[in-house]
Ligand binder design. Structure first.
Ligand code: HSE
Length: 326
């Protein structure tokens, strides 16, 4: 085991991308940091920084601790007492992949401490099995746009470079929506018509993204598998998905399982304020308090920094000062 301290910066992600349910993900320029070292005092200590962390376990049932131990086990190493700190600017339970970022941060940090014994493919498989679907974890792990498939055993992916000149506006309602609840809103079966609709639109979207055909994205980013059913959980969503293109958006989607709504727009568009106003006003008219953030696709996966002295006193917050956005 490496005795140094490692800090891993991981991007947030949006899953589904319209018709690509459980398949298409994109990394976003909003981040979580996981700080990990083997406990020199032999006692596990977990510090969770930032807002929204109340109620998240700080003992050995903590997600980051458990995922790290999985890596050590897979690498044939014994359980390790750890010092862990985490700071996240990704709002929790809003459809921006906060748990996937934590899982990926834990996997990468633990694998670094273990001497990189596990391949990225192995980490992707572990992350997908843990999360249950590959689109958030894949985007956080590889950056850019991810086209992924998971059959319960095997996780495959192709990474696409996001088309240049694309900005992402996210409108984040202040209420939380668990993925579990949002998955319960979905039917068990779909008609052949809706299945064909999603296969064709998802395929078209991947081809449009791969070839930079921004003009097609508006038509391709339509879904019949999850958005129509989840719309009832998010007042204002249907209007936004239908009308945002009249306010400058290239396309819109529910981000992951929601409640965050995502709009793509050309970086040099003169209609950004109009689009932002439309999203926020629509939600407000429905009584939904929301914040909005301008983001860009994040082109790279996790960044790893080593601190040479495990006992070095600099805190995680001091280390990332100047980088934190939200
Ligand atoms: N693809 C998943 C879903 C993402 O929509 O349920 C959840 O974060």
């Amino acid at each position: 085991m490496d005795k140094r301290r490692v800090i891993v910066k991981v991007p947030a992600s949006t899953a589904n991308l319209g018709p690509g349910f459980d398949t298409l993900g994109m990394a976003l320029s909003l981040y979580a940091w996981v700080d990990m070292s083997v406990a020199v005092d032999g006692i596990t200590h977990i510090e969770l920084l930032g807002s929204g962390m109340d109620g998240i376990p700080r003992d050995k049932s903590n997600l980051i601790y458990k995922v790290a131990q999985l890596v050590f086990k897979e690498a044939g190493l014994p359980e390790q007492e750890l010092h862990i700190a985490m700071y996240s600017e990704i709002p929790l339970t809003r459809g921006l992949g906060s748990s996937a970022s934590a899982i990926v941060g834990a996997l990468i940090a633990a694998n670094e401490l273990a001497g990189r014994q596990l391949s990225m493919q192995k980490l992707f498989t572990l992350a997908t099995r843990w999360e249950g679907h590959p689109d958030n974890v894949g985007a956080s792990l590889f950056g850019g746009i991810i086209v992924a498939a998971w059959d319960g055993e095997r996780a495959d992916h192709v990474r696409l470079e996001p088309p240049p000149g694309l900005d992402v506006l996210v409108a984040i309602p202040q209420f939380q929506l668990s993925t579990e609840k949002a998955r319960h809103a979905l039917p068990d079966q779909y008609s052949r018509q809706d299945t064909v609709y999603n296969i064709s639109h998802s395929s078209l979207l991947v081809a449009a993204l791969a070839t930079g055909r921004l003009d097609l994205i508006r038509h391709a980013m339509k879904d019949r598998v999850h958005e129509p059913y989840r719309a009832a959980l998010i007042p204002g969503m249907s209007k936004i998905l239908k009308e945002a293109v009249e306010h400058g958006a290239i396309a819109t989607a529910l981000s992951g399982a929601g409640p965050t709504l995502l709009a793509l727009i050309e970086s040099d568009s003169s209609r950004k304020d109009e689009l932002q106003g439309f999203l926020l006003n629509t939600l407000e008219q429905e009584g939904v308090a929301a914040d909005s953030i301008w983001l860009t696709p994040c082109l790279s996966g996790p960044e790893v920094d080593w601190l040479e002295q495990p006992t070095e006193r600099v805190s995680l917050m001091e280390w990332i000062k100047g980088e934190v956005k939200a």
